[in-house]
Design a protein around this ligand. Structure first.
Ligand code: NAD
Length: 500
């Protein structure tokens, strides 16, 4: 990027930050204006097709759309251009997205926090650098080959085309960014319907991505965003004939809707990850790990520790270890009072759910709601309750962790299985006994199973392996990578090309 362009982008960022801080001045996005089907007119934007050797598919929309048909048409044009480019060019587009997340993490994280108003601002920033580091790119693509008397057959991992993506409020831009890298690496474009409460940061991030990709490769609209997302626009994406694959990241409602659509859907659905602590565990390490996982972005991560089952032999020592590690202990009465405030049960029954007002809240705000004052530096509340508490059964996504005293290890695992509700998402054990690890791993049947570490380790954060913000626990693809967004195509040469 030239110095002049660099300055233009910086000016744009400043301008958009001013809009975020002033409620965006009633505008839809920094680039298009409400309802626009017009080209981008943002002051300072310089279309960069001039001087580029690559054939341009410029429309100057930079992925900003209010209308699903327009967005899908633009994404289709972009994807057709992409399939004629080299793998190195695909990788260049991926690296542009990673680089923007890395270089602008502080501004973008601050903007996401200002808009969504949930979680912990420093972790919003960290999530963008994690997004940059964990998004795999083209190196994940694998070709299978068969050779024999009848010639050679190749099976190549090809793109689907235009992918419809639904993203959550809990990590709006990080989910879009990692999905975009993984999908583009596989040769796709995408149309994203973000959560309405995270739509501005999604649209702004997409604008930055598209602008820089267009400057480098002459392709606009690889990452399209519906700037005024609604349930109706989501349904239009679900039923659009030119959308080949759906990828949804969110709770049970959106997963059910995507699975009803009749299209192939990759679903990264809800979780309620239980932790089991047995008598052999290193309790101080367990406490540090539980706090690290559960406090990340005020427990907004789907894979984060949501309830803890401890065998009675070491229950009191474990509660003391949590206090030593910096968490604030509530009485059992205060814990149940908080459960009544931050978890709701629907009149028709079913799994209790988090009350929106307390999702991603600081411990200080939670404590205040029950008339308790906690020190400013405290990052987590915890307290004893029973396994049927709504705080145990519901995915609370906030800064309080319920602890349950269990008669035996087997009972702890039974309680954990019940609290996980068959989401097959994540479970965690703290133990030195491999028999216990194996027993619980089989019983839980979760996509991620972490032993003696924070939940984040299962997603590449402090453990081996890569990571994502879309863990397809519901439909079984697991931690999504570029290969997740490919379809196998076979190419056969009969009786020839075998040179041995
Ligand atoms: P949410 O379900 O309220 O919303 C997620 C997205 O789905 C949003 O864009 C929303 O607008 C859309 N949506 C909701 N209902 C819909 C419907 N009926 N039709 C079409 N679109 C619909 O969830 P959230 O609060 O944004 O995110 C938190 C939830 O997402 C938690 O349950 C969490 O576990 C889950 N999550 C899972 C993963 C994963 O990788 N498995 C990652 C992040 C979040």
């Amino acid at each position: 990027m030239t110095e002049q362009n660099d300055q233009v982008v910086r000016q744009l960022v400043e301008k958009v930050l001013q809009h975020v801080e002033s409620g965006w001045g009633g505008r839809v996005s920094p680039t298009t204006g409400k309802g626009a089907s017009k080209p981008v007119t943002s002051a300072g934007y310089v279309p960069a097709s001039a001087g580029s050797a690559a054939p341009a598919t410029a429309t100057n929309r930079l992925g900003q759309f209010t209308n699903v048909d327009d967005a899908v048409a633009a994404a289709k044009t972009a994807q057709r251009a992409l399939v004629h480019r080299s793998l190195a060019q695909r990788e260049a587009a991926c690296e542009i997205i990673r680089q923007i997340c890395r270089d602008q993490a502080a501004e973008l994280g601050r903007m996401e926090f200002a808009e969504t108003k949930i979680g912990y601002e420093p972790h919003k920033v960290l999530k963008l650098t994690v997004a940059a580091d964990c998004a795999m790119g083209t190196k994940d693509l694998k070709t299978r080959c068969f050779s024999g008397d009848h010639g050679i057959t190749l099976e190549e991992a090809g793109p689907w085309g235009v992918i419809g993506a639904i993203t959550p409020v809990t990590h709006s831009l990080p989910t879009l960014a990692v999905n975009a890298v993984n999908m583009i690496a596989a040769g796709n474009s995408l149309v994203c319907n973000p959560h309405p409460a995270g739509k501005k940061i999604a649209a702004y991030g997409a604008m930055l991505f598209n602008k820089a990709i267009h400057e480098k490769l002459g392709i606009d609209n690889l990452v399209c965003v519906i700037t005024e997302p609604t349930l109706e626009s989501a349904n239009q994406i679900f039923s659009h004939p030119d959308v080949s694959l759906l990828v949804v990241t969110g709770g049970p409602g959106v997963v059910a809707a995507a699975l009803r659509s009749g299209k192939r859907a990759i679903c990264a659905g809800p979780g309620n990850p239980p932790v089991v602590v047995d008598a052999s565990a290193d309790l101080d390490n367990a406490a540090r790990c539980i706090i690290e996982g559960a406090t990340f972005d005020n427990n907004l991560l789907c894979l984060a520790e949501k309830e803890v089952f401890v065998v009675s032999e070491v229950f009191d020592q474990m509660m003391d270890a949590m206090a030593r590690a910096g968490a604030y202990r509530l009485t059992a009465q205060q814990t149940d009072k908080l459960a009544g405030i931050c978890i709701a049960t629907s009149s028709s029954g079913g799994i209790p759910h988090a009350v929106k007002e307390y999702v991603g809240a600081d411990p200080q705000a939670l404590a205040k709601a029950i008339g308790v004052s906690v020190p400013a530096g405290c990052r987590l509340l915890y307290g004893e309750t029973n396994s049927s508490s709504p705080l145990v059964q519901g995915e609370q996504m906030t800064s309080v962790l319920p602890f349950v005293r269990c008669d035996s290890f087997e009972q702890a695992v039974d309680f954990a299985v019940e609290a996980e509700h068959g989401f097959r998402h994540t479970s965690i054990i703290h133990s030195r006994l491999v028999d216990h690890m194996t027993y619980m791993g089989k019983a839980m049947n979760t996509t991620l199973f972490v032993k003696n570490g924070p939940s984040l380790a299962g997603n590449g954060g402090g453990g081996e392996g890569y990571g994502t913000f879309s863990i397809a626990c519901t439909t079984g693809e697991g931690i999504t990578t570029p290969m997740t967004f490919t379809r196998f195509r076979r190419c056969t040469m009969v009786d020839n090309l075998r040179i041995i």
